[in-house]
Design a protein around this ligand. Structure first.
Ligand SMILES: [Zn+2]
Length: 381
């Protein structure tokens, strides 16, 4: 048997209204509750916060998390928790509040200095009890031990270490019913990319993450358009939320690669949402990888297009790329870089920036050099 390691995610609770059950799981004392103002405005946290208060776990509300959360926001959340003597932390929302909650719980519990823990497996201390409640079906942040924070000069730094894995994750699809179509589409495509890149991850691909990635792709590709077209369809929303969680568990163990590496500069320089950036680069990076990853893509093709089972591997790999591209188009995401205000002349700068994502590029099935990246941005334009 080939050597591999698999780290499971948090304990999972799924079901309508289950966020309130966290009141019975977290320790007595103040709970630092991290979310954002959109989530507060939608009233999604009301039931959970009321249950905490009733269980003698006073809520210390921090609702100032922005998209691509900054170091200043993280440190403000930590200060709020410190001042109140927080005994636990809940992250409630999309990837941003959950990423802030993971690191806040760690910094409050360990007392470590943030600048001493950036990188992989460096943070080894104890954190406060932590629960995460996603309200989008995309990042899978509730499943992973990774937190990405935007630091000085717009540089994104990450902490990726086991202590950041939450104690609890709650999947309640009713929290995702109100998501607008463009958010459903972008976050759903992001989750699909997590599944595909985990399945082809060059260094840490393993049988557990493969099984999770396959099931994630089945759920996500089979339900994305229904969730976009029928936003109140709870079955489709449930499948998307579960699929995003499974994809998160897969890529927490078999990390993402070239699509994410080339997507990050589009977010960093042009502030495109993470899922949109991934959608724009998806078909181009997959085409670049098609020869190296042919057998893996061929296997995934049978999930999105079962009728191709008898075809040769090259034809199946090409069909996977085509079907995923159709999914992007049908979800309503404008498919070209030019549709998002990016100039053809931006390609060299984007390519130079993408080369900095070495932690992702090493996972790609084949090398992506700076010239390749420039060509891929030009073909995506
Ligand atoms: Zn992603």
């Amino acid at each position: 048997m080939r050597t591999f390691t698999f780290h499971p995610g948090p304990r999972l609770v799924a079901g309508t209204g289950e966020a309130a059950s966290l009141a019975g799981k977290l320790p007595v004392g103040p709970c630092l509750f991290i979310t954002d103002q959109d989530i507060m405005g939608l009233g999604l946290t009301d039931g959970c916060r009321a249950a905490l208060e009733a269980a003698d776990k006073p809520v210390v509300l921090f609702d100032a998390v922005e998209a691509d959360p900054s170091r200043a926001t993280l440190m403000a959340a930590v200060s709020a928790g410190e001042a109140a003597g927080a005994r636990s932390v809940i992250g409630f929302g999309g990837g941003s509040p959950m990423d802030v909650a993971k690191l806040a719980a760690y910094l409050l519990g360990s007392g470590d200095d943030l600048d001493s823990i950036w990188g992989v497996d460096i943070a080894q201390g104890a954190r406060l009890p932590l629960a995460l409640v996603p309200t989008t079906a995309g990042t899978g942040s509730e499943a992973s031990p990774i937190s990405v924070i935007t630091c000085e000069g717009g540089v994104k730094l990450a902490v990726n270490a086991r202590p950041l894995t939450a104690d609890w994750a709650v999947l309640d699809a009713t929290l995702t019913l109100g998501l607008p179509r463009h958010v459903t589409a972008a976050t759903g495509i992001d989750a699909i990319v997590h599944a595909v890149e985990a399945f082809t991850s060059a260094r840490l691909k393993n049988p557990f993450s493969d099984a999770l990635a396959r099931e994630a792709l089945r759920l996500l590709s089979g339900n994305l358009l229904t969730a976009c077209n029928q936003p109140d369809n709870l079955d489709a929303r449930s499948a998307m939320l579960l699929g995003a969680h499974l994809a998160g568990l897969a890529f927490a163990n078999a990390p993402v690669a070239g699509v994410h590496a080339l997507a990050y500069p589009l977010g960093g320089i042009h502030h495109l949402p993470h899922g949109v950036s991934n959608a724009l680069m998806l078909r181009h990076v997959l085409a670049h990888n098609a020869e190296a990853a042919r057998d893996h893509y061929a296997e995934l093709a049978e999930i999105v297009a079962p009728e191709c089972a008898g075809d040769g591997s090259q034809a199946r790999a090409a069909l996977l790329i085509e079907r995923l591209d159709e999914l992007v188009a049908d979800s309503g995401i404008a498919p070209r870089l030019r549709d998002h205000g990016i100039a053809f002349e931006d390609a060299p700068l984007l390519a130079r920036e993408a080369m900095k994502q070495t932690r992702l590029l090493v996972n790609n099935p084949c090398p992506i050099e700076e010239d390749d990246a420039r060509r891929l941005y030009e073909s995506a334009w």
